[in-house]
Design a protein around this ligand. Structure first.
Ligand SMILES: [Zn+2]
Ligand SMILES: [Zn+2]
Length: 220
């Protein structure tokens, strides 16, 4: 299941939820800071159907909380492993992620008036800043927003993965010289008719590959 934007709801937060961080210990004097290092089990996959940090896997959160006038600024890194499937050969693709994030959680409106008033009018913004709820910050939407854009649209197991043989489905990356042609012993016992057919299929395949027609001319 993919998890896209589910933003900025002000409903009650569960302090034990995986990505909910309690700022209670942090003094509200601007400049006070606290750092936390968390290992979190992902409650639902972060990503899409092609590639995601899977549900149940672990991610490391290294977060610095800093009190500012408007609220609490969260700065940190999230590290985890995204798992997907190569779009060409269907082998598993593991992509280690180590991403920077920063998010300002504003104080709840009824407590925000302390200190001098700042230029901040969340009502005017299309994507308002998240708000602390009972001093709790839910980092999950923040992490989804930082992880999802960093996942590849078309994951590849390696740059230029050659994919699968269109004839037999063999993994071409494990067998770079794989081809079906006159020199393939597996075809040597077949009749001339089948022989010709396999050769013509092979030619078509070569022409469809980038640059291979030139290489073929050089070889012949
Ligand atoms: Zn591949
Ligand atoms: Zn093949």
């Amino acid at each position: 299941m993919s998890l896209m934007k589910n933003h900025r709801s002000n409903k009650h937060l569960d302090p034990k939820a995986p990505f909910v961080i309690d700022t209670h210990d942090l003094s509200r004097s601007p400049g006070s800071m606290r750092e936390v290092l968390l290992e979190v089990e992902v409650p639902r996959a972060i990503g899409n159907d092609v590639i995601a940090i899977p549900e149940g896997s672990l991610i490391i959160l290294n977060v610095r909380m800093e009190a500012v006038v408007q609220g609490v600024l969260f700065t940190g890194r999230v590290a985890g492993l995204a798992v997907g499937e190569c779009v060409r050969c269907l082998e598993q693709v593991d992509i280690p992620l180590d991403l920077y994030f920063q998010e300002l959680f504003t104080y709840e409106p009824e407590t925000r008036s302390r200190g001098k008033e700042v230029d901040l009018d969340p009502e005017d913004e299309e994507d308002p800043l998240p708000t602390l709820v009972e001093e709790l910050a839910d980092l999950e939407p923040t992490l989804v927003d930082v992880v999802v854009p960093n996942l590849p649209y078309r994951p590849l197991c390696q740059p230029g993965c050659p994919g699968l043989c269109p004839e037999c489905g063999a993994l071409l990356a494990q067998d770079p010289t794989h081809q079906h042609d006159l020199t393939d012993n597996r075809w040597s016992g077949l009749s001339g008719l089948v022989f010709e057919e396999s050769a013509s299929v092979g030619d078509t395949k070569h022409l469809s590959d980038d640059g291979s027609s030139q290489r073929e001319q050089e070889e012949s």
